[in-house]
Design a protein around this ligand. Structure first.
Ligand code: G3P
Ligand code: CA
Length: 246
């Protein structure tokens, strides 16, 4: 039995178009324990699942997500830039993911992409939708913008939250001790054994991102993290299952 969970980063991003149902369904197919994805707000205040602030890299539209309505965003092709094979795939919205998740026992790590654009009110909208769909026990809300996580804590203290980091400040232990959240999501390179040990001592779940090759996955498994986020969930699961059998 694996004792480390695997979360498919932006879905199975390495094999399917990121942050689409194709990538999330692949995560289910390979037996991932969770999916990680990113949310932004459209011009009509709908919760859009996409990574970048702009549409250009992953879709056939061009410009900022915030300047397009849901109806306009639904006209974009979010599959063909990854591969022609996936042409016609639509950008998903958070409510659609919650509907689909009713049939699948996955944890959903929702990243609030408020570190570049504030998206006024996005925290309230996400919390309301989680409650509407009764997904309270299925979600982890994370953000690089720790003020967003503070807002979520005020709005919905019952929800699991996590602090995202890219690089770690020298006083990370002090920050973790002061914030009293339950999830610590560092980039994989920054996570050392002593920092992991400190975070665990403070009661944190440690879920580093993103490990894709064997050496990185094994290093994190040896440290004993709770979750590994990866673009290649099938590869990571096979690797960890092999280790469990040895
Ligand atoms: O949530 C972990 C990871 O997704 C953060 O980085 O850029 O892939 O959203 P990014
Ligand atoms: Ca993310």
């Amino acid at each position: 039995m694996r004792n480390i969970q695997i979360f498919a980063h932006r879905g199975s991003k390495g094999t399917h178009p990121e942050n689409t149902f194709l990538a999330f369904k692949e995560a289910v197919r390979v037996g991932a324990d969770g999916i990680e994805f990113d949310v932004h707000l459209s011009s009509d205040d709908e919760l859009v699942v996409i990574h970048d602030e702009t549409l250009d890299r992953t879709t056939t539209l061009s410009g900022y997500v915030k300047d397009f309505s849901r109806e306009e965003l639904k006209k974009a092709d979010a599959g063909c830039k990854f591969s022609e094979e996936f042409s016609g795939e639509k950008i998903p919205f958070l409510g659609e993911i919650f509907e689909w998740a009713k049939e699948h026992a996955l944890t959903m790590n929702i990243e609030l992409k408020t570190d570049k654009i504030a998206y006024e009110g996005i925290e309230e909208k996400v919390v309301d939708l989680i409650r509407e769909h009764h997904m309270e026990r299925r979600v982890i809300l994370s953000s690089f913008n720790h003020q967003s996580i503070e807002k979520v804590k005020e709005l919905a203290p019952e929800l699991e939250r996590a602090l995202l980091f890219e690089g770690l400040p020298p006083n990370i232990e002090e920050i973790l001790a002061g914030r009293k959240e339950t999830g610590f999501h560092p980039d994989r390179k920054s996570l050392t054994e002593p920092i992991h040990a400190s975070a665990k001592k403070l009661g944190y779940k440690v879920r580093p991102w993103v490990a894709n090759n064997q050496a990185d996955i094994e290093r994190l498994a040896d440290i004993g993290v709770d979750v590994i986020m990866t673009d290649f969930p099938e590869r990571a699961i096979l690797l960890l299952n092999d280790r469990a059998c040895q």
